[in-house]
Design a protein around this ligand. Structure first.
Ligand SMILES: Cc1cc2nc3c(=O)[nH]c(=O)nc-3n(C[C@H](O)[C@H](O)[C@H](O)COP(=O)(O)O)c2cc1C
Length: 316
């Protein structure tokens, strides 16, 4: 019997610098409810230690449901950051970045670069484990261009031994000294190796990431008992694309948008341009999209913007 789409499926909005700010995350949560989990952009532990109040207040709304994604490579600093996060009730989930290949991150031995030293990764993760809430990691399938089952298997063993149960796997290798854009295209997507990991580590919850933006990929993964999906760029382009693929039906957009505005209205760091940017991600499939976008661009305050969304017939 063919496995099919069902209501137990869960979606994860991937952490993306410059995209997954508190507005886009809040909008995703209002549209998808409990079917989505969102992640902040990567925040380096040093930033939390040295600029705690601003960092947390700028990245998280007061009813926050998002996980914080952090990066670090010094166990002592990670402890300091975790001690701070442990005191912030609105953060219930910490995700540790082991996949970012950017040169700045690389210079500081964070993200993907850190995985060259598994012993240090272990020491860092032991400190992450001092977080009181949920803990997960995000990593790559391999390091360098060639397929390397040992890399991912030994890391999954490490996570499992440390008691980390949730692992987001970007299903392509990461390559150091290759820019971030090329790192999202040159190493090939390898869902087969991901599925092999899933078979070999049945106790871990492994969530695939990487170009899960079309029906064929969903079908392949669903056929192999995957029901959780982390999605980045396609959500940032079109937050409603799961509807277009007939995978998920968003219940009532008008009500969801109303709730979105309610939550952000009294935000201390309100940024109208970023709010508009997040709203543009839900306007790709509507009739007259260009006109609607033009109208929205003109609003100079949040009340007029809200009125336009809540009163107008955009969705009809
Ligand atoms: C602009 C941009 C910024 C990103 N920033 C982060 C980040 O802060 N942390 C992280 O773990 N991954 C980051 N990523 C990687 C994504 O989370 C994701 O792994 C990647 O885009 C592959 O998924 P996709 O094909 O669904 O986009 C970023 C990707 C993009 C395109």
């Amino acid at each position: 019997m063919n496995k099919t789409i069902n209501s137990n499926m869960k979606y994860y909005l991937a952490p993306m610098m410059g995209y997954t700010d508190c507005y886009l995350r809040n909008l995703a949560e209002k549209l998808y409810g409990d079917s989505i989990q969102t992640f902040s952009e990567m925040i380096v532990d040093k930033a939390i230690i040295h600029n705690e109040i601003n960092i947390i207040q700028k990245h998280f709304l007061k009813n926050n449901k998002s996980a914080i994604q952090i990066a670090g490579s010094d166990p002592q600093e990670i402890t300091q950051a975790i001690n701070i996060i442990n005191k912030i009730e609105l953060i219930q989930h910490v995700n540790f970045n082991l996949g970012c290949p950017s040169s700045r991150v690389q210079e500081n031995m964070l993200g993907l670069a850190l995985t060259q030293n598994q012993d240090l990764v272990k020491k860092c993760l032991e400190k992450i484990m001092e977080f009181k809430g949920d803990i997960s990691v995000k990593c790559r399938l391999g390091l360098g261009l060639g397929e390397d089952k040992n890399y991912i298997f030994s890391y999954l063993n490490l996570f499992s031994n440390l008691g980390i149960k949730e692992v987001f796997v970007h299903c392509r290798n990461g390559v150091l000294n290759l820019d971030t854009k090329k790192n999202r295209t040159i190493p090939k997507i390898n869902y087969n190796l991901f599925l092999e990991c899933k078979k070999n580590f049945p106790k871990l919850k492994l969530i695939p990431n990487g170009e899960i933006d079309n029906k064929e990929t969903f079908d392949l993964l669903i056929e192999n008992d995957v029901s959780d999906f982390m999605i980045g760029r396609q959500f940032a382009k079109d937050l409603t694309f799961l509807e277009k693929l007939s995978i998920y039906k968003i219940k009532d957009k008008q009500i969801s948008i109303g709730k979105f505005f309610n939550e952000i209205k009294d935000f201390k760091f309100l940024n109208l341009n970023l709010i508009k940017k997040s709203l543009f991600t839900i306007l790709t499939n509507i009739p007259n999209a260009k006109n609607v976008r033009n109208n929205i661009s003109k609003f100079q305050d949040i009340d007029s913007l809200e009125e336009y969304f809540v009163d107008s017939k955009i969705w009809n």
